[in-house]
Write a protein of this length. Sequence first.
Length: 746
Amino acid sequence: MNRNPPDLTLPSSLAARLRAAMHRVLRVVLSQYVTNGLAVSVGLLVILLAVFALAGVVAVSSAAVGVLITSLPDVAAPRRRKLTQILPAPLLGAPLFVLVQLVHQDPVQLGLVLVAGTFLSVMLMAWGKRGGPITFSMLFSMLFAMAAPPPSSLEQIAMNTGWYGVGAVLYLIWAVLTTHVLNQLFRTQLLAECLVTFAQILRTQARRLGPEPDHEALLAIMLGQQITLADYLQNTRDVVLESPTTPKRQRLAAMLLALLEARDHQLACNLDLDFLLTHHASATAPTLPLLQTALNTSAAELEQLALDLLLGRARNAIVPVPDLRERLHGALPPQTRAGPQPFPLNTGEPDSAALLHSMANRIGHIHDETARMVALARGDVRPELADVRTQWQLFVSATTWSWQPLLGQLSWRAPMLRYALRATLAVGAGYLVSLHLPWAGHGYWVLFSIVVVMRGNLAQTVQRRNARVAGTVLGCLLVMALLATRPGGFTILLVVALSQGLAHAFALRRYLYTTVAATLGALLMVHLLVTGLEPALAMGERLADTLLGASIAWLFSYILPHWERNQIPALVQRSVKAQRQHALLALALLDKERKSDLPWRLARREVYDSLSAVTLAIQRTMAEPRQVRPPLEPLETLQARSYQLLAQLTAIKSLLLRHAQLNLEQATPALQQASLRIQQELAGSGAGTDAGHAGADPAPVVAGQPFQPRPDPLVAADLTPWLLRRLALACAMARELRLAADRVKV
């Protein structure tokens, strides 16, 4: 009796999915967020246990405030000036902590302190990411002081403030020590996160090469992934490129630079894909699956490399990336390998074989950079870091404090000033409402909900409103379940420390987790400090206070609003300016007088950062009322043209790096003229600057030159025709970008 062989497809697929899920869990567990959160938890627990052993539970409550306030700015960051990064939190929070205690029993004076303190705290948001944690440190200092029982004397206020200072000083010491101890681990974890995020972009790119893809949806996904990667990369630069003086640091820094190169090549993969799928679908279809496989292979290798780095595997245990050159070469149509077919540039596009060849070449570059990262991790190649080793300060974020950001927000239309006024009015209204609640509410919890939910824009406020309510409900349920087991004091203190570490770890990534953990820790602290607390009653009151505070924050988001449309023109102007500078430097890479490509690298970073700012602003407009949203069509066109110009310049840069295969007598003047033309177009002073001339020849510098693609650009004797074509397309894209920018009228 014949029996069919067992079907191993389902178990194999299930095993692959389980393995992928396990790897995702491992990457989260081994991430810098969890490491940083654990460091905060251990520091909190050690300090509070020491204070408890010395002075008891009353001192612990004030010391805990000092620790929590000081820990807010403590994230994975460079070692240098770590103290100056954290020190402003307790220094600015302590005066507010004292003031609230002094006026605690006078409702009018207390309200005035809360209102004034809120305005001053929120204005610190003018310093961006560095100012955010300081803002919440000041706000929480007031609210924690408000939550404590009213002090009975000046001596008690002095004692509470003293223990606040003890907790802050001890945590400052802890933070500086752990930053130095964990610095190498943070470098590895941050780089691994970037590798995984870039691998996701490659997989999305591969899906675009699949059968009948939804290009608009995939492009939207990829755009979000690019924004996430840009955010991660800046944090990673700050840590990984700081003082790359040891061999381990140099390897990680070189891997980061290789990742930046790979990102450029991935962006260039989109150059001709739409044209191929539209005009050469039948000729392209048989070839795309192998190119798709090549991208997925590189993505898998990057994910594996990230996991190996996180697990601390020996360098020799990291498997080298297999060379995909033969597979990519086999993906090319036979007619291209047989010989070139001239195609005039000024009458149309090259054939599908030439464009497929170009795409395969760029995917090959991604493979090269992936292989280089693996080789660096293995120690097989030496890092090349001449510029970074001596000028690493230029790559990292500014660490000095100045008055300029604050002064720039002191105008009626400034977003931070309006945010501060809006938050101040919301806190004032919430305080007045809390004084007249029909239940025995906790006014400080209403205000807590307001300050953590209300953000500078409506989109984030709505998101946090929902997460805050859901997280409070879940946190209350967890507290009720834990207290039902009648835990001891040490167990509760341990859970408080762990919950605060979890809240700290995911504050900027998964706010729902932060809300659940923060609610759990806060209610357990209240249980320790208040005798005879009824858990069920407290849970109901706390949930009611949360709903009230979140509703107030949401309603006041419509008062003195600063809609996203008001800041988009400035963001667009910044982006166009960055494109001009990048184009100027990218087209001058053959300049023999230039001893370093550092200025070009910095210009490229500014282009990516400015584009991310524009994209984020556009995304935030989707949560705003329809009547105040800007027209999306010109903004979407602007985004597309910006990335296309960046991709064209990236492709040109790749060709210039192989200048030995260029006819410099022909290429040099073409580069100079194209650079001038792009500068004129982006400045709005080019020939044919009105929309009616949009169809004119964008690049007369290369008009009439024959386009003759060689069998393989990697080994071609002359890459000049490819360079001239890219220059023409870059000039055309610069014009389209300027026209799109001119249409952004809000």
